[in-house]
Ligand binder design. Structure first.
Ligand code: SAM
Length: 462
């Protein structure tokens, strides 16, 4: 594959810090692949709980608490626990985001975090695992069908302190000084993924690098106001091009009052620290010939503008959208009693929102297009829950229905939304589990079992 690397890319990287043309060509030509996963600590505490990974698990990823390399790439779709949100398949370099957040944000505080370019959800699921339960993650994707994939992955992750929105970056101007931290994992020319996806090489051009660079500036300009003074902006790409990396750092310094944050990295990680030409901003380059991962760039900034009136916790007037007190009382029985919730009504369904982030969620709801907020529990009918799939996959459900642990073949049939046979006397709602992790709901009738796995999410292969 080495010959296919675009010559203009190789030429343009000659002055990029840490670029070693021979090693770079070799690693792209070697055909080697790095595969990694990140566990969902709210669902599994140890990789040994995932039998599918048992024989292919390799070492830990040094810059991520829950990340592991695998010895080979399996077909993840045939592992029921992959569908249960027990882990996320994510490229290792990008898992460095955990370090960037922990080193720049005050993790003792309850944070409001925006992941602006979030689909399919790799960074968002990582962020959710790092922030506190009383923090809020707004996970946004501008492209509609990609926002659906984001909803699916966030739902499987199971956390209640996440809102998924489907907005253009400029819509966030309606939330001035609202976020403590914004992650812009920007759309880019994608050269960092050439090894994983050689077809991306054919789409690469210098012209596209320039277009991406302009778009990255527009995106950053659109969201700058919604970052609090003192707040943290984390910018990343999977491009090697300095026009999309260090030059964007210089552009930010030229146009906004920001300081750049230097991160601590261990020498053995192989990450290259770079300095931008004009303002000497620190950035971090990941080359696949130096790290065990793909191409990636990340830089971190703090907004240094004078404090403005920040967004104040205040409950907006809600005329519609509140459930009755009796429905709320009934709903509480189906939630983890150790936590506090407030509720919203969405059509007939109850949305459970952690009380600590409720006002912020209402504010987001009033200003943006929400695809998902908190946990959709389902509807309360005569004090009983008619459960939704989202609730059963969540990490806040108090599951009162019987669990039915199934074998792998039955689990896969369930996930294909096929009819499954269950030998039980109990009728009504039941939860299908595999490896003691919930996969979804069935309703057992006297003569059949109704499969409630969401149609759009079913496994399509044989
Ligand atoms: N953060 C994601 C993850 O870790 O799974 C990957 C994000 S991908 C690098 C960039 C995202 O930006 C894509 O989902 C893309 O649809 C979105 N995007 C494209 N154009 C955009 C724009 N003009 N403004 C904001 N986001 C955009």
């Amino acid at each position: 594959m080495a010959e296919q690397l675009p010559p203009e890319l190789i030429n343009s990287l000659q002055t990029a810090t840490g670029f070693d043309e021979t090693a770079f060509r070799d690693v792209h030509g070697s055909g080697s692949q790095v595969v990694s996963v990140r566990l969902n600590p709210a669902k599994v505490s140890n990789p040994s709980q995932i039998p599918f990974l048992e024989n292919i698990l390799a070492e830990k990823i040094p810059w991520n608490t829950n990340g592991y390399y695998l010895k080979q790439r399996p077909i993840f779709t045939i592992d029921p626990l992959f569908h249960a949100g027990a882990y996320y398949v994510q490229e290792a370099s990008s898992m460095f985001l955990e370090e960037a957040i922990k080193q720049s944000c005050d993790m003792q505080q309850n944070l409001r975090v925006l992941d602006l370019c979030a689909a399919p959800g790799g960074k968002s699921t990582l962020i959710q695992s790092v922030i506190s339960e009383s923090s809020l993650l707004v996970s946004n994707e501008v492209i509609k069908n990609r926002a659906n994939i984001l909803v699916e992955n966030i739902t499987k992750w199971g956390a209640a302190n996440v809102v998924v929105t489907n907005n253009d970056p400029k819509d966030f101007k309606k939330l001035p000084a609202f976020f403590d931290c914004i992650i812009v994992d920007a759309p880019c020319s994608g050269s960092g993924l050439f090894r994983k996806d050689p077809t991306a090489i054919t789409e690469w051009s210098l012209n596209n690098v320039e277009l991406c660079s302009q778009r990255q500036q527009r995106i950053l300009a659109d969201i700058f106001d919604c970052l609090k003074p003192g707040g943290v902006l984390i910018y990343s790409t999977c491009s090697y091009s300095t026009e999309e990396d260090e030059s964007i750092a210089d552009w930010l310094k030229d146009n906004y009052e920001v300081s750049n944050i230097r991160l601590q990295i261990k020498k053995e990680w192989g990450i290259v620290e770079t300095l931008s030409d004009k303002h000497q901003c620190y950035g971090y380059r990941f080359y696949p010939d130096k790290v065990k991962g793909e191409g990636f760039f990340i830089a971190v900034f703090r907004k240094e503008t004078e404090a403005v009136e920040p967004w104040k916790e205040k409950r907006p007037n809600i005329k519609n959208g509140l459930p009755s007190k009796s429905d709320e009382q009934a709903a509480l029985r189906y939630l983890d009693p150790g936590k506090a919730y407030d509720f919203l009504k969405w059509q007939k369904d109850m949305l459970a929102i952690p009380a600590a982030v409720y006002d912020a969620v209402l504010f987001v709801q009033q200003n943006l297009y929400i695809k998902k907020a908190g946990i959709n529990m389902g509807s309360i009918i005569r004090d009983q829950l008619v459960p939704d799939h989202e609730w059963v996959l969540s990490t806040i459900a108090n599951i009162v229905f019987p669990f039915i642990e199934v074998d792998e073949a039955t689990a896969l049939d369930f996930l294909r939304r096929k009819d499954i046979y269950i030998d039980t006397e109990k009728h009504g709602w039941s939860v299908i589990t595999y490896g003691n992790t919930a996969l979804g709901l069935v309703k057992i009738l006297s003569n059949r079992v109704n499969n409630y796995y969401p149609k759009d999410w079913r496994i399509l292969n044989k």
